[in-house]
Design a protein around this ligand. Structure first.
Ligand code: ZN
Length: 316
């Protein structure tokens, strides 16, 4: 079987050191096993894409020493594919129109919730059928399409092992098409990965709760799911996910400050347990070393001292 990995930057927030670690792992994992790598710009799920942001994302990845096969795919150019998938879900009566606002859902939620998703969808509109959409449209009521969750598929993560997440606690019935008329992240990603022939998805472990939902969509759309590897994130010294409050860790800022990509890649490789010291190394020179199992099972704490060690002092 041909192995196909992917790099899927979202151009909304510029790529930073945290994203970079996941990209390096994803690229090495595919390339080290003779696989190809596809590139996709995930620009559909966002109201605010800056001009040139997609080019910037590609430039950041190239700077890291990563490459990809074929032309990059851009989600906003692929709307007909997502519409076709939505139609299939409608034909199979697996989704229903939902008119709830965020505050409706919060107000109706009774069960305590876990995870970052907010309260599980309380099922307010679950009595509706696909045919009800016509009436709602005629009444001028905006609605989203929600997928009816009946089971929570377990899966075996290539890195994190057996995962069992109860979707009734994690979000419940989920949106596949937003009331703004655009596909939701879950649907777009499944359609794209399947259409691009992706066989392995390496991404941050904050996306573990997305995976059972995506597996439901693969089944519903009669598509073959890829293997998944969810790796720990990069956090700041306060233990929180790397963000603006930790100073400017954008790759563009490191580049502008004269940091060599090999210095950053060496630091990331060391954080993954592939080398004994954070010495400069090119991504391609790590191909013999890469092993998912060597990555420590906890977030990587990016300290100011580590950044200074590669010649970077972030402005805060
Ligand atoms: Zn609803």
């Amino acid at each position: 079987m041909t192995r196909i990995g992917r790099l899927a930057p979202s151009p909304t927030g510029a790529q930073h050191v945290g994203n970079a670690r996941t990209y390096v792992v994803a690229w090495l994992h595919a390339r080290s096993r003779g696989g190809s790598v596809r590139m996709r710009i995930e620009d559909i799920d966002s109201p605010r894409i800056k001009t040139g942001a997609a080019e910037q994302a590609a430039e950041d990845l190239r700077w890291l020493g990563l490459d990809w096969d074929g032309e990059p795919v851009t989600q906003t150019h692929r709307l007909p594919l997502y519409v076709a998938a939505l139609d299939k879900l409608k034909q199979r009566e697996l989704i229903y129109p939902c008119t709830c606002t965020r505050s409706d859902i919060a107000a109706a939620a009774s069960a305590p919730h876990v995870g970052q998703e907010g309260p599980p969808y309380p099922g307010t509109c679950a009595h509706r059928t696909v045919a009800d959409a016509e009436r709602l449209a005629a009444e001028g009521k905006p609605f989203a399409w929600r997928f009816r969750v009946t089971v929570s598929p377990a899966f075996t993560d290539l890195y994190a092992g057996e995962q069992r997440i109860d979707l009734r606690e994690h979000g419940g019935d989920f949106v596949v098409w937003k009331n703004s008329g655009t596909p939701a992240y879950q649907l777009a990603v499944v359609v794209d990965d399947a259409e691009m022939g992706v066989t392995e998805v390496v991404r941050g472990d904050d996306l573990i709760p997305s995976t059972p939902r995506q597996l439901l969509l693969y089944r519903a759309l009669e598509l073959t799911p890829p293997a998944f590897a969810h790796v720990p994130l990069v956090v700041g010294e306060d233990g929180r996910r790397l963000a603006k409050r930790h100073g400017d860790t954008r790759l563009a800022a490191l580049r502008d400050a004269g940091v060599r990509p090999e210095a950053l890649v060496g630091l990331l490789a060391w954080s993954c347990g592939w080398v004994n010291a954070p010495n400069a190394i090119a991504a391609r020179d790590l191909l013999p070393q890469v092993r998912l199992a060597a990555i420590p099972p906890r977030p990587f704490v990016l300290t100011g001292a580590l950044l200074r060690s590669i010649g970077y002092a972030p402005a805060t």
